[in-house]
Write a protein that binds this ligand. Structure first.
Ligand SMILES: *Cc1c(COP(=O)(O)O)cnc(C)c1O
Length: 364
């Protein structure tokens, strides 16, 4: 009935423990749809990992969330501190933070004026300063960092009680190596005179982390890891849909919302999972204009009779959408000759976990 994510619990948990053990100082990232597993589950798991510090040898004192809006969902399930990765701004959700949780939050500050703004509102606020990286999303330039250092120095005389918890750098994905950039950024931290020796990084490999640690022995390099932690062992995770109905069709038979006709004989197989789950959003809609079809064809998604490839597969073979996915179900076309699945059978679905909301997560 459902789009289901089945987790091999033992395998998943041992992957989590091994990942944490390999990445001392890790800050697990729980954001968005909880990487397909829900934020609540990730927060509970982070708590569990913190309680298993004896076996991983890695204390876990900080969990990162994406936004201020996510704080409530994890705060009741995880006891430690919460790093909010969206930079603080003097407006919106950042200002609506529950007073009782404010003491557990570590803010991200990415502009000098926000440092002053945050501390004016909450003198005890703890924060990391974000550095501008080649991503150019948010962050301070070296000049901004130096200005921040002056600001903190003027107020605290260079002391360590300013609330500064470190510097954060968000590195891009898929570049050959980030080491050169990470080194330049750490050098900027040193040059800025900021009274911290902690840097939070993303998207560095274990080898890169080890190399940075060796180059900067006085620094603590803390990796923020989401995908590699929660989704790092794909074999522990399986997404499946249920076959809800099967209809034999002959060439010319009409089906679907748009009254299409079957181009050849086969079966319409109706399965759970649709747009509400994030299924197939990249597929073209019913637009059958020549141009749209040509574009899809060029991307390799359309077969000769105009069907679009779906993420559902039966017996290991990826099947075609008979028409664009519906809200909670999808219609597939299985040509005659192929095995027809029975109603109630589970079939595999290949999804992007971060863009898919399953109906249920089952841990076995
Ligand atoms: C999402 C995110 C991460 C974690 O990224 P993954 O690719 O899931 O490991 C780290 N840092 C920041 C700022 C992020 O937004």
């Amino acid at each position: 009935m459902s789009l289901t994510l089945t987790v091999d619990g033992e395998r998943w948990r041992s992957h989590l423990l091994a990942t944490v053990a390999k990445a001392p100082g890790i800050v697990p990232v729980a954001k968005g749809n909880g990487y397909g597993l829900t934020l609540a589950r990730l927060a509970r798991r982070a708590q569990w990992l913190a309680e298993h510090a004896d076996s991983t040898g890695a204390p876990l004192d900080l969990l990162a969330v994406g936004t201020y809006d996510e704080v409530d969902q994890v705060a009741t399930r995880y006891d430690g501190d919460l790093l909010v990765m969206t930079p603080w701004r003097p407006f919106g959700a950042a200002l609506e933070l529950d007073e009782r949780l404010a003491g557990r939050v570590v803010h991200t500050v990415s502009r000098p004026e926000d440092l002053a703004g945050l501390r004016a509102r909450d003198p005890r606020a703890r924060f990391v300063l974000e550095q501008l990286t080649s991503m150019r999303r948010h962050g301070m330039t070296r000049r901004d960092l130096a200005a921040a250092a002056h600001q903190l120095h003027d107020e605290h005389g260079g002391g360590h009680r300013s609330g500064l918890r470190g510097v954060a750098m968000h590195l891009p994905l898929n570049t050959s190596s980030h080491l050169g950039e990470a080194r330049r950024l750490i050098n900027d931290v040193v040059a800025s005179g900021l009274p911290t020796r902690t840097v939070f990084v993303s998207h560095l490999t274990h080898a890169e982390l080890a190399e940075l640690a060796a180059t900067y022995p006085d620094f603590t390099v803390r990796p923020r890891i989401g995908t590699g932690l929660w989704l790092g062992d794909r074999g522990a995770l399986r997404v499946s849909a249920t076959v809800l109905d099967v209809h034999a069709v002959d060439r010319g038979d009409v089906f679907g919302y748009r009254g299409r006709t079957a181009p050849k004989s086969g079966h319409i197989v109706v399965v759970s999972g649709g747009t509400a789950h994030g299924i197939g959003l990249e597929a073209p809609t019913g637009d059958q204009s020549l141009k749209a079809r040509a574009a899809t064809l060029a991307r390799g998604g359309l077969d000769a009779v105009g069907f679009v490839r779906s993420p559902f597969s039966i017996d290991g073979k990826q099947r075609l959408f008979a028409e664009p996915p519906h809200m909670q179900a999808s219609m597939l076309f299985v040509p005659s000759g192929a095995r027809v699945p029975r109603v109630g059978e589970d079939i595999d679905v290949r999804v992007r976990f971060t863009a898919t909301d399953v109906d249920r997560v089952v841990v076995v």
